[in-house]
Design a protein around this ligand. Structure first.
Ligand code: PEP
Length: 257
């Protein structure tokens, strides 16, 4: 049995305008039932421009789907053209914000210091960061993937209290498995995710390590979700491509049926 509530989070990336977003949320809700919502936390992460629409759908129809953002500014307010603050996301009812996704690290030069600042900005607005960590192919082939990923974790969590870190969701996303159709084996994912939990116990204590949810991300689909979820330390999935299809994402959410 899970002591941590499973979380299935759909990262839509730069896909779906607000009309398409509304349609997908309705379809997803239709594909799920009360039992699934009781067992699993289901979250969608639309582009900023669709968050208001998702909020309206969720509030208006009392949907049990949660939602959040794909990024958050490290700054509070002011002259940061194009940025979106934690307070703005909180005002739209966002429960989560992805922080440090590998695409942002790679294309927007986000380093561990920026990721750390964004984790803190999210927590300051009562938004749970979904903190992404994970190695690229070269690191995996060199065999240093555990140490590399733990160093990212240390950097991202620097200065956080135990109470704060319990609100963080960690997502282990090996870059070589993202959008490639190459899923890590459940055992490969468990190796790193287990090591992340051990590190949380070293940095904080056993209670924090036991309470913190750690997800796997990288080419998760309905067909491989159950195997991944069977691992003792894996508490859910961060899903990219498969979250754009209501049936497929619903299948992931129903992994235990
Ligand atoms: C992601 O980008 O977070 C992700 C896991 O993508 P995909 O599921 O498409 O590999």
């Amino acid at each position: 049995e899970y002591t941590r509530r499973p979380l299935m989070a759909g990262n839509w990336k730069m896909n779906l305008n607000h009309r398409e977003a509304n349609k997908l949320v309705q379809e997803l809700n239709f594909s799920l039932n009360e039992k699934v919502f009781a067992d699993v936390e289901v979250v969608v992460l639309p582009p900023f421009t669709s968050i208001r629409t998702v909020q309206t759908a969720v509030d208006g129809d009392k949907l049990l789907i949660g939602y959040g953002a794909q990024d958050i500014s490290q700054h509070t307010a002011g002259a940061y053209t194009g940025e979106i603050s934690g307070a703005m996301l909180a005002a739209l009812g966002c429960s989560y914000a992805v922080v440090g996704h590998s695409e942002r690290r790679a294309y927007h030069n986000e380093d561990d210091a920026v990721v750390n600042a964004k984790v803190k900005a999210a927590l300051a607005s009562d938004i749970a960061p979904i903190l992404c960590v994970g190695e690229g192919l070269e690191i995996r082939e060199a065999g240093t993937h555990v140490a590399y990923t733990l160093a990212q974790l240390d950097g991202a969590l620097a200065g956080l209290t135990a109470e704060q870190v319990k609100k963080v969701v960690v997502a282990y996303e090996p870059v070589w498995a993202i959008g490639t159709g190459k899923t890590a084996t459940p055992e490969d994912a468990q190796e790193v995710i287990g090591a992340i939990r051990v590190r949380l116990a070293e940095l904080y204590d056993a209670e924090v390590a036991g309470a913190t949810r750690i997800l796997y991300g990288g080419s998760v689909k309905a067909a491989n979700a159950a195997g991944i979820m069977a691992q003792p330390d894996i508490d859910g999935a961060l899903v990219g491509g498969a979250s754009l299809d209501a049936q497929e994402f619903a299948g992931i959410c129903r992994f235990n049926e």
